[in-house]
Write a protein that binds this ligand. Structure first.
Ligand code: SF4
Ligand code: SF4
Length: 153
């Protein structure tokens, strides 16, 4: 069984984080800048990558919970660094190591699928929608797909 430090080292390796040249292209396309009024360089993909490369306390950093896992930064990175994969791994490690509360769990299968800052943003934007739409958003993407298939079978 690997420990937290080994897992973070693996996250850095597999996401390509070591290749980051701090060009900032991922920051320019990251939607968090428009989503959150408290957006900062520490919250940005470049900031998360830098902190991950310089110390292991990134797991306790609340900034990892704002990422939408959209992959936009990965698409533009000249070095092939995946900010999405890195932050996803970091969240997984945090959930396993600590009893993290900032997580939205699927009301159907119970799996974690969304961080609370992202959920609050989405529900804030959609608050005028009818309850049936909001209820669907309580489900993880897999359960949404399954429910859709069942309904249309
Ligand atoms: S685009 Fe890639 S190389 Fe540039 S700052 Fe982001 S992760 Fe680093
Ligand atoms: S995956 Fe996360 S850090 Fe990367 S661009 Fe999307 S929201 Fe930003």
């Amino acid at each position: 069984m690997t420990n937290g430090k080994d897992r973070i080292a693996e996250a850095k390796r597999s996401s390509g984080a070591y290749g980051c040249v701090e060009c900032g292209k991922c920051v320019a396309v990251c939607p968090m800048a428009e989503m959150y009024t408290n957006f900062s360089i520490e919250m940005s993909p470049r900031g998360i990558i830098k902190k991950t490369l310089t110390g292991n306390d990134i797991i306790l950093d609340e900034n990892i919970w704002y990422c939408t896992e959209c992959n936009a930064g990965t698409d533009v990175c000249p070095q092939g660094v995946s900010c999405r994969d890195l932050i996803r791994y970091l969240k997984e490690i945090a959930i396993e190591k600590y009893a993290v509360k900032d997580i939205k769990y699927c009301t159907r299968c119970g799996k974690q699928f969304l961080s609370i800052p992202v959920k609050n943003f989405v529900f804030g934007r959609l608050k005028e929608e009818p309850p049936n739409v909001l209820n669907i958003l309580e489900l993880c993407p897999s359960c949404r797909r399954e429910m859709y298939m069942l309904r249309n079978a």
